[in-house]
Design a protein around this ligand. Structure first.
Ligand code: EPU
Length: 332
């Protein structure tokens, strides 16, 4: 177990905010985690579990315990002619998992190449990109209940997955800490090339699809190691068909994707229409190639980023009557 006091989280958030946490606690395995969960000081303290902080906004220093998993490893736990079940430690870097699966010829997560963050967090927030979501390959999520200290293996169904959502984000459900997941991957990959630029991949192989996804991401999304950011700052909102129709009267080119009885409208488009793409205020900016991403030009504070997000929300609300919800989790 690693315990640090007054610890800088600069390397643990992709906005690279130089915030500090009162305590930083990294557990090596499930036995370590159990000790933490049973600890009375831990139970009384404010605490927050993080992965690589690629979807977090620290609004200020954290006066509590930041927990981090060092549980790693990938192991095939079951195999048939068609599928493999790969069990992965929650602290494993997600893109290393994708690279490994692709190198082994196992399909299902190649469209999720290049997403920053760790595997546990990927399962908590149901990461998605280019027509795929992690929920589609999740077999089981192993997690510890923070109230009963018991471990439960959740089936994908029990995880309650939806767009960027799972029971592990639900404030009304018992809090859990994910330690492992089991993914069911295909030995005979079925490619998912519906998304725009992926249609151009000819005679697809897993490696080609991964390469194409990495190339698209490289073009549209800023590398957090170069320019601090947390990917999409907002979720894509769902609006009623009538609401969408009203927007279309004024903006015939509005993109929209029918989702149940609602229409999903790209938040990036809404923000761009408000004239905010590429706008910069102080050390914070709306990324010039993808308006859904806020970037730290170097010395931004969490507050400044939150303020910029608020002004974007107000502009979109004002023009379109749509309330954008942050995808990024605020930590105060
Ligand atoms: N668009 C604009 N202007 C912009 C950005 C987007 O007009 O500045 C419009 C375009 O019409 C474009 C459409 O929005 O065709 C969709 O854009 P894009 O394909 O870039 O995807 P997105 O909806 O903006 C979502 C995810 C991304 C994921 C991409 C690709 C959310 C909140 N974001 O973005 O996920 O990579 O699809 O599948 O669902 C993330 O979660 O951090 C993330 C990057």
């Amino acid at each position: 177990m690693r315990i640090e006091q007054n610890f800088s989280l600069e390397k643990y958030n992709t906005f690279h905010l130089p915030v500090k946490t009162r305590w930083f606690l990294e557990y090596a395995d499930e036995a370590d985690l159990q000790k933490v969960l049973h600890d009375e000081y831990f139970q009384e303290c404010l605490s927050q579990h993080i992965g690589q902080g690629s979807n977090l906004l620290f609004v200020n220093d954290y006066n509590g315990i930041i927990l981090h998993s060092a549980i790693r490893g990938m192991e095939v736990v079951r195999e048939t002619d068609e599928s493999v079940w790969l069990r992965i430690g929650a602290g494993e870097t997600w893109d290393d998992v994708v690279a490994y699966a692709v190198s082994q010829g196992w399909g299902g997560i190649e469209n999720l190449s290049g997403i920053p963050g760790e595997t546990g967090a990927a399962a908590v927030q149901n990461i998605g990109a280019y027509g795929a979501e992690i929920k589609d390959v999740i077999d089981t999520v192993e997690a510890w209940n923070q109230l009963t200290f018991e471990k439960h293996c959740f089936s994908a169904e029990e995880c309650g997955y939806a767009y960027r959502w799972s029971r592990f984000k639900d404030p009304h459900a018992d809090p859990h800490i994910v330690t492992y997941l089991v993914l069911k991957l295909a030995k005979n990959p079925v490619f998912n090339l519906e998304y725009g630029a992926l249609k151009e991949v000819k005679e697809p192989t897993l490696a080609k699809v991964r390469e194409a996804v990495l190339a698209i991401r490289g073009e549209k999304l800023p590398d957090p190691n170069v320019l601090g950011n947390a990917g999409s700052f907002f979720m894509n909102p769902l609006v009623s068909e009538e609401h969408f129709e009203r927007i279309r009267q004024a903006y015939p080119e509005v993109p929209g994707f029918p989702t149940g009885d609602k229409v999903k409208v790209p938040a990036g488009w809404l923000i761009e229409q408000c004239g905010l793409k590429g706008k910069r205020h102080g050390h914070v900016g709306v990324y010039e190639k993808q308006a859904l991403i806020l970037v730290n030009y170097g010395e931004a504070t969490g507050d400044e980023i939150a303020l910029m997000a608020e002004s974007i929300r107000a502009a979109v609300k004002d023009r379109f009557g749509i309330e954008l919800m942050p995808e990024v989790k605020y930590i105060a």
